[in-house]
Design a protein around this ligand. Structure first.
Ligand SMILES: [Zn+2]
Length: 234
């Protein structure tokens, strides 16, 4: 009885091994990283403040009606499409591209501290391995205007690496950059915004969010921003 059971078990194990080993080859070949990246930008609108003001009035009305209807419930800041529905590990390793000016390093370091303070994510100086979340901070120099009177202060975004097969893992190899063509780009608010993108936050219509697409000088993560981060990291 015992023997028969053992034989049955061995056949079962053999069967599993056969099925998985026949799957193994094509799976290994398929285990190429699927890379999905999305970079978005923060801009500054110089000559059309009225438009921005009108926008503020509109969104504020919406916000207050929402707040009163759902006590304590915050509508989370939207997420970048490639992190939606994913849970990422909360630990990131960050480093600076060579030649990054000290003043840029300083604002990014400040932004890192602010995100670490939330307790939702943990950013550690260093390179990390292929399987770990990484962020590279850097600069670029571009005078190109995205629209009339609108300048681009920075770009940032997640790049999701998804490995399938026996060695499956998901990691975010993100980037955040400041456009040093403009002095005002080297600021904590822009660094907070681009780092937010790097970790998966998308633009928000709320002016209190660091993810508002036009720089407002906001350096504190809003409750909605925190709720967005929690969706990805908890
Ligand atoms: Zn942006």
């Amino acid at each position: 009885m015992r023997f028969r059971r053992l034989v049955g078990l061995l056949i079962l194990i053999g069967g599993i091994f056969f099925v998985s080993s026949s799957d193994f080859q094509p799976m290994m070949k398929q285990a190429v990283s699927t890379v999905d990246q999305h970079l978005t930008q923060i801009i500054q609108n110089f000559k059309t403040p009225r438009l921005a003001d009108k926008y503020e009035t509109d969104t504020k009305t919406k916000e207050s009606s929402q707040d009163s209807s759902s006590s304590g419930q915050v509508k989370a800041t939207p997420l970048e499409s490639n992190v939606q529905g994913r849970t990422l590990k909360r630990t990131y390793y960050y480093r600076f591209a060579s030649g990054t000016p000290d003043r840029v390093k300083q604002v990014f370091e400040q932004a890192v501290k602010a995100y670490n303070k939330t307790g939702i994510v943990k950013l550690i100086a260093g390179s990390g391995s292929q399987k770990q979340n990484q962020i590279v901070f850097s600069t670029y120099n571009s005078a190109t205007k995205t629209q009339a009177n609108v300048i681009e202060l920075g770009v940032g975004g997640p790049e999701i690496i998804q490995q399938t097969g026996w060695d499956a893992y998901t990691a975010n190899h993100a980037r955040a950059k400041l456009n040093i063509h403009y002095a005002q780009a080297v600021s904590l608010s822009v660094a907070m915004h681009e780092l937010g993108h790097a970790m998966g936050l998308d633009h928000s219509a709320e002016r209190s969010s660091v993810m508002y697409p036009v720089d407002q000088g906001v350096t504190n993560l809003s409750r909605a921003d925190l709720a967005g981060l929690k969706k990805i990291y908890q």
